[in-house]
Design a protein around this ligand. Structure first.
Ligand code: PEP
Ligand code: MN
Length: 244
């Protein structure tokens, strides 16, 4: 049985799905401008409202206001939306504004969060913990299944290795093993995995050639002004060129 996750007019697990948008939602103008410029090559709009930053002094996201902006822009452009959730107490709130939950690498093993998302029954993209084995990743997905939610998408976003020249190490072989073992759709995130804009288009090609189910890419209309992950954001032009 194929695992196809249907979100509005988009089917994940069938064809190659493109999720794109800014790392963090910063303002209506920022999200709207970016989304309009990438819409022709994007099926799902991403944007962070709750940001899990390494330092507490860094921009933490617009929170509920960000969720509202994501819904507003997604509705207007007719794009389903995905956003990261950090706290099990916010499941109902986030669910009321977006179509897909994203569990980030730092929360892959936050079992209280996974259980609440499991109970919600809403589609979720579970990113791989940056030091998780494939079995640990698939076991985390079982926490969501165990609550009755089968709508799980996996996302490989790079793991920590001895490599320092790229932000993380994109483990395509591990991600394919996860896909083969679980039968779940697997999305590749070359933005966080590499941290280097010039590496993103070739890794997108690799993901497509290997038979993955799609990509998640960070795009900002003006990367130098981005409040989060500025170094790795593609401009809308760079993003659109990838699809030529
Ligand atoms: C993100 O998608 O912006 C993000 C924080 O991702 P990750 O959890 O993979 O670091
Ligand atoms: Mn990011």
């Amino acid at each position: 049985m194929e695992n196809i996750i249907k979100v509005k007019n988009v089917e994940i697990g069938k064809g190659f799905v493109v999720m794109a948008g800014p790392c963090a939602i910063e303002s209506l103008a920022q999200l709207e401008k970016t989304a309009e410029l990438i819409k022709k090559n994007t099926q799902i709009l991403r944007g962070g409202a709750y940001k899990p930053r390494t330092k507490p002094s860094s921009f933490q996201g617009l929170k509920e206001e960000g969720l509202k902006l994501l819904k507003q822009v997604g509705d207007r452009l007719n794009l389903p939306t995905i956003t990261e959730i950090l706290d099990p107490r916010e499941v109902a709130l986030v669910a009321s504004f977006v179509d897909i939950f994203q569990v980030g690498t730092r929360n892959m093993a936050n079992y209280a969060l996974l259980k609440e998302i499991g109970k919600s029954g809403k589609p979720v993209m579970l990113k791989r913990g940056m030091s998780a084995t494939i079995n640990e990743w698939l076991s985390a997905a079982e926490y969501i299944f165990a609550e009755g939610n089968q709508q799980v998408i996996l996302c490989e976003r790079g793991i920590r290795t001895f490599m320092t020249e790229t932000r993380f190490t994109l483990d395509l072989a591990g991600a394919m093993l996860a896909k083969q073992k679980s039968g779940l759709p697997v999305i590749i995130d070359p933005s966080h995995a590499t941290g280097i804009p010039a590496l993103i288009p070739p890794m997108v090609k690799a993901a497509k050639a290997a038979g993955f189910d799609g990509i998640m890419v960070e795009v900002h209309y003006n990367p130098s002004q981005a409040k989060c992950d500025a170094e790795q954001a593609l401009t809308p032009d760079q993003f659109n060129e990838m699809f030529q």
